[in-house]
Design a protein around this ligand. Structure first.
Ligand code: FE2
Length: 296
């Protein structure tokens, strides 16, 4: 098993690179750190790489990167993966700020890249748009969330934070309640990508930006049960669902096994559990029909 420290950046293929850059710079609020003919690298205002865009035939999230321990021995990591039956290869994709990566495919075909060396791509970058702090999590629709959860825990050391019924699992690799989540769907594809904002007032600012740009909020604002984050959802240039959120549950101590107590928890203490479908919102409206299009 390899141990992941945090989610790094997500790579998207897009049929319209210009439109994708316009969305991520003007709505999402990232800065173009580097631009090549068919690729663009977008960083948060802090200067961390968050999104890699590649010209492609289809709109899809194709890769996720995760940071591993500093000075990790990549040969040892490759052996560790091989023990779990996973073939990996050392690559250098010349991604700005990132050294070599150890790449492999997860059980649903998404490329996972492990990195330990990275540098900031700027500091105090001026951005339009919401300006998130980091990628919080990426959710995928998969045929069997049980199988994917098994792979992510056995191979990548993720822990289960919550289930909704038997169809939606939330998994953590650090104190954040979830960095990945998997919902049952007919087709394997990204369900949503979530960007963390500073607080509720930052979330309100992001709603104003969406309002100005006439981009409908397709769910929220609401406070979720699982993770207890306050969230809104909208669709981006390529019809992907994008979540903005704040106040995600934190598990600071794995041995204690509960999430840092918060006034909005109904359980005392709040431990990982199975939530009842239909009873997973603390407050806020139900999703619109548009939110559920991943079922198609
Ligand atoms: Fe989410």
């Amino acid at each position: 098993m390899v141990k992941l420290r945090r989610i790094g950046h997500a790579t998207f293929e897009t049929p319209d690179l210009e439109k994708a850059i316009a969305y991520h710079t003007q709505i999402n609020g990232l800065a173009v750190a580097e631009r090549e003919k068919n690729r663009a690298f977008l960083a948060s205002k802090v200067g961390q790489l968050m999104v890699q865009l590649e010209q492609g035939d289809e709109a899809a999230c194709t890769k996720l990167s995760f940071e591993v321990a500093p000075n990790s021995d990549f040969d040892a990591l490759a052996k560790e993966l091989a023990k779990d039956g996973v073939k990996s290869e050392l690559r250098n994709d010349s991604v700005p700020g990132i050294g070599k990566v150890l790449a492999f495919k997860d059980n649903k075909g998404t490329t996972i890249e492990l990195f330990s060396e990275w540098s900031y791509l700027g500091r105090h970058l001026q951005v339009l748009g919401a300006g998130p702090l980091k990628i919080g999590h990426v959710a995928f629709a998969v045929q069997s969330p049980q199988e994917t959860a098994e792979f992510y825990s056995r191979v990548m050391g993720f822990r289960v934070s919550d289930w909704i019924g038997d169809f939606f699992v939330f998994m953590r690799c650090n104190t954040d309640h979830h960095s990945v989540n998997f919902i049952r769907g007919k087709n394997t594809k990204m369900h949503h990508i979530a960007f963390e904002l500073k607080d509720f007032s930052h979330l309100q600012d992001s709603c104003e930006i969406l309002g100005q740009q006439q981009i409908p909020i397709i769910w929220g604002p609401l406070r979720h049960g699982p993770g207890h984050n306050i969230a809104t959802y909208h669709r981006d240039h390529d019809d992907h669902v994008v979540e903005f959120f704040c106040e995600m549950d934190q598990m600071f101590d794995e041995e204690l096994g509960y999430f840092e107590p918060r006034p909005w928890h109904h359980d005392q203490p709040q431990r990982p559990k199975v939530w009842t479908p239909g009873k997973t919102t603390v407050w806020g409206p139900p999703p619109t029909e548009d939110f559920h299009r991943y079922r198609d």
